[in-house]
Design a protein around this ligand. Structure first.
Ligand code: UDP
Ligand code: MG
Length: 139
């Protein structure tokens, strides 16, 4: 089904100058960019985006990481957008992501930041329902 998902090129990837390469891969994979903007996220929006992780050990560090610098936010559309973006991203831990996925292909030697947060270059919604919620926070 034609679907939309929320995608974010995370601050680690933007700081490394990977934006255009990652956008190229996303477009090559058949996604249309419906909405896009660069944003240094405020803490309130970060807490909304990661509300599902509240209470977990990595939550505070994750909010710090995602607000640490500009990110590139998008609403993307294609057939089965949610699942297809997750496939293109690869596993959460870049060391476990399959070759050919973004998280594998752009992984750093040291994937952890100073607070122990995994730097994995990209976020994608994990369900259609969450995609709608996440898009509504930013657009
Ligand atoms: N994360 C982390 N340590 C963990 C789990 C997650 O640093 O043990 C970070 C990582 O950057 C991840 C984000 O928190 O992308 C959100 O976690 P989630 O489990 O939702 O993974 P994702 O949906 O991004 O694959
Ligand atoms: Mg997630």
């Amino acid at each position: 089904m034609l679907e939309r998902t929320f995608c974010m090129i995370k601050p680690d990837a933007l700081a490394r100058g990977l934006k255009d390469q990652i956008l190229g891969r996303i477009k090559e994979d058949g996604f249309n960019i419906i909405k896009e903007k660069e944003l240094k996220m405020g803490r309130t929006d970060a807490q909304k985006l990661y509300a599902v992780h509240q209470g977990k050990s990595f939550y505070a560090g994750l909010v710090n990481f995602i607000t640490s610098g500009p990110a590139y936010l998008m609403a993307l559309e294609r057939e089965d957008a949610v699942l297809e973006l997750r496939k293109l991203m690869g596993a959460t831990d870049p060391r476990q992501a399959a070759p050919g996925t973004l998280r594998s292909d752009f992984k750093e030697d040291n994937i952890f930041n100073s607070e122990g947060i995994m730097k994995n270059v990209i976020h994608g919604s994990d369900s259609v329902e969450n995609a709608k919620y996440e898009i509504s926070i930013f657009f």
